[in-house]
Write a protein that binds this ligand. Structure first.
Ligand code: NAD
Ligand code: UGA
Length: 464
């Protein structure tokens, strides 16, 4: 079997960038080119100052420093990269559709389709095309059909190789994956293509962790993995409401049930609700697929995971309003954190956006501090909801690059993201500068409640 020496990846985002950087690092003999139509993004990936990379991810700078310019390249020349590569990864975005059939639930596959068309047009030699994006089950069929419209007589072998990294821990997840999943056709050519991709990962992942399956199982497993993880968060979040009504403590309940090895301790942290670009989109996609197949009960079952998540965000915002004597109108409320989780600059579907929106709707003045998210991003996230005009959003949300200013004269502070630095703030100083009574709403249960209460704060936690 000939060894692969040139691969490319279409899509230089949160998945394409880190994933290909790690492949390049671990496989110095393979030339890895990451391409994107977004010139600004590619420029940022090529920046000398590694602090300006488009994706913030602990450990990513080191990987880029070692591999970029050696065998890792970022470019907007998509055609050239396709032409030269033996394996082409597709890692473009697959957001929830905002129009037409399946609006609000189905995955929008237009970017994937465009990639397939471009590959079909450009390729002059046989290619292995790898679905890295998260896709509905049976997408490979459509990708294969589009590729076969190619006028050049080349052979395309489509594989599914979904990505399981989580943002904030992407580099560690890629270095030590729980598993690498590769699905392909069970034909001779399909099996050969699978082996070529296995050989790449085998450079640093042990063979027992590389699981090969049929292509549909691989596509579906990705959606199901996310659905199961999100389901655990919605399950514990539903119990957090019950805890608040009964004086049970959700942290203790989570620890107690997590000690059962059949349940396990991970993904049981109660929160303001899960965010991120994938959980909601992928579960809605599963809901849509089930509904399309006439499986209404299956569809309803998974939809409930989303409903609890929406309920949790709303419940948190309402709790703030209720404790401020039923009104936040004209009151300064400080949000600590805007990213959907710590150690990332990604804000897609962050709970912060919905909580800020609800509070603004009720007249609050929102001040936000986040160590990695800028003002432009916060405002564009709010504008995207379309609840009010950009000008009104600008009036209602103030970005602060200094936490103590964000908290000064505030009626309430709400911790939305679990950034470690929040734990070591000078809470005594914050207390002195706030409006009375000093209230903190810990949407992540990360603060030391006892020491805050000792200072004089009224602390509201999730599920306690
Ligand atoms: P992203 O939006 O950060 O990046 C996608 C990139 O693709 C963008 O830079 C966009 O400009 C580019 N693009 C779109 N169409 C293109 C085209 N025709 N040609 C060239 N470039 C094009 O998205 P992401 O977060 O990296 O996610 C990509 C896929 O991976 C999604 O399907 C997602 O569900 C999946 N996924 C994401 C994560 C995650 O943590 N973000 C983890 C696992 C899987
Ligand atoms: C998630 C999955 O964990 C990845 O395996 C998957 O590859 C990825 O989606 C994807 O397909 O995009 P990600 O969204 O980056 O990764 O981050 P998570 O760590 O899963 O967190 C998602 C949300 O759930 C965050 O808002 C987080 O704060 C929240 N969460 C997580 C909780 O509220 N409680 C928990 O116990 C864990």
């Amino acid at each position: 079997m000939s060894k692969i020496s040139n691969i490319c990846c279409i899509g230089a985002g949160y998945v394409g960038g880190p994933t290909m950087a790690v492949i390049a690092l671990k496989c110095p003999d393979i030339k890895v080119t990451v391409v994107d139509i977004n010139q600004d993004r590619i420029n940022a990936w090529n920046e000398d100052n590694l602090d300006n990379l488009p994706v913030y991810e602990p450990g990513l700078n080191d990987v880029i420093k070692k591999a970029r310019g050696r065998n890792l390249f970022f470019s907007t020349n998509v055609d050239k990269a396709i032409d030269e590569a033996e394996i082409i990864f597709i890692a473009v975005n697959t957001p929830t559709k905002t129009y037409g059939e399946g609006k609000g639930q189905a995955a929008d596959l237009k970017y994937v389709e465009l990639c397939a068309r471009q590959i079909a047009k450009v390729a002059k030699s046989d290619k292995i095309v790898v679905e890295k994006s998260t896709l509905p089950v049976r997408t490979a069929e459509a990708v294969q059909t589009i590729l076969e419209t190619s006028s050049n007589s080349v052979h395309f072998e489509v594989l599914s190789n979904p990505e399981f990294l989580a943002e904030g821990t992407a580099i560690q997840d890629l270095f030590k994956s729980d598993r690498v999943l590769i699905g392909g056709e069970q034909t001779q050519k399909g099996k050969e293509a699978i082996e070529k991709l296995v050989a790449i990962y085998a450079n640093w992942i042990s063979k027992e962790k590389i699981y090969t399956t049929n292509i549909w199982s691989s596509e579906l497993s990705k959606l199901v993995a996310n659905a199961f993880l999100a389901q655990r968060i919605s399950s514990i979040n539903s119990i957090s409401a019950l805890c608040e009504a009964t004086e049970a403590n959700v942290n203790e309940v989570a620890t107690a049930i997590g000690m059962d090895s059949r349940i396990g301790s991970k993904f049981l942290k109660s929160s303001v609700g899960f965010g991120g670009s994938c959980f909601q989109k992928d579960i809605l996609n599963l809901v849509y697929i089930a509904k399309s197949l006439g499986l209404d009960e299956v569809s309803e079952y998974w939809l409930q995971v989303i409903k609890i998540n929406n309920y949790q965000k709303e419940r948190f915002a309402k709790k703030i309003m209720k404790s401020l004597y039923g009104t936040v109108s004209g009151k300064k409320i400080t949000l600590l954190g805007w990213a959907f989780k710590k150690d990332t600059n990604d804000t897609r579907e962050s709970a912060a956006i919905y909580i800020a929106d609800l509070l603004i709707e009720n007249g609050a003045d929102i001040f936000v501090y986040d160590p990695k998210v800028n003002k432009h991003q916060m405002l564009s996230d709010l504008d995207y909801l379309n609840s009010r005009s950009s000008a009104e959003n600008k009036n209602s949300l103030t970005y602060c690059d200094e936490p103590y200013i964000a908290c000064q004269d505030s009626h309430a502070i709400a911790v939305i993201t679990e950034w470690d630095e929040f734990k070591s703030f000078d809470w005594e100083r914050i207390y002195q500068s706030m409006m009375k009574p000093e209230k903190v709403f810990d949407g992540r249960n990360i603060l030391d409640v006892k020491s805050l209460e000792k200072i004089g704060f009224e602390v509201y936690s999730i599920g306690k």
